[in-house]
Design a protein around this ligand. Structure first.
Ligand code: BEZ
Length: 209
């Protein structure tokens, strides 16, 4: 029987939700949450989610006492304080700020990639703003270049907040933007991702095909 006392508002396609689910796997806390599926879009937020999070965004986490946490960064931090293993978000020192900055870079890739997805999949084609789309794709390319050139050794360390976030960002590019073909210009990231994508936490949180 489930012992879960918290509700995670989620959608299996969201890379932000996936970060949380991967951290739950990695820290052995999966059975603490019940998943509540929703399909929010920028023009139609989920009715139940907006009662708890006025922004209508997922993930949102309803705690046992009824309080609600959002967004993914806050929820990751919350769960990282709830297990007894090595923290996946360093508690202090330069490592904390560096790992959080790498995670923020990955979040920026996700932000841009989700915006491109919404623009291309939801807006009528004649209304697409090509220059804006290219600006978002440039953001993604610049961030990938930085990770490839400056961060690959660090990513190869513990599978922590930085590595989880980058892995989920790359997975989302594969899922929604296969045409970007990020591997050809980022071979070190590709080799790293080939390995970490085989972790049980990543395999068990794949979005439906
Ligand atoms: C998607 O379908 O790509 C998506 C769904 C929910 C949140 C973010 C992205």
């Amino acid at each position: 029987m489930s012992t879960s006392s918290m509700t995670l508002f989620h959608n299996p396609a969201s890379p932000f939700v996936r970060k949380v689910r991967v951290l739950l796997h990695e820290t052995g806390q999966l059975d603490r949450v019940t998943l509540h599926a929703c399909v929010p879009t920028p023009v139609k937020p989920d009715a139940e989610v907006i009662q708890d999070n006025p922004l209508g965004k997922i993930p949102a986490l309803r705690l046992a006492d009824g309080n609600v946490l959002h967004d993914s960064r806050v929820i990751l931090d919350y769960f990282d304080y709830q297990h007894t293993g090595t923290p996946l978000i360093p508690r202090n020192g330069p490592a904390r700020w560096r790992r959080l900055t790498l995670a923020s870079t990955a979040d920026g890739i996700m932000d841009a990639a989700v915006l491109v997805r919404y623009e291309t999949a939801m807006r009528p084609e004649e209304k697409h703003w090509d220059l804006w789309l290219e600006g978002q794709r440039d953001k993604i390319r610049r961030a990938l270049d930085m990770l490839e050139q400056d961060a690959i050794t660090e990513l190869a360390g513990p599978f922590d907040v930085a590595a989880i976030s980058v892995a989920c960002a790359l997975a989302y590019l594969d899922f929604r933007h296969p045409g970007m073909q990020w591997r050809s210009s980022h071979p070190k990231l590709a080799a790293w991702y080939a390995e970490v994508s085989q972790r049980p936490s990543m395999l068990q949180t794949q979005p439906p095909a």
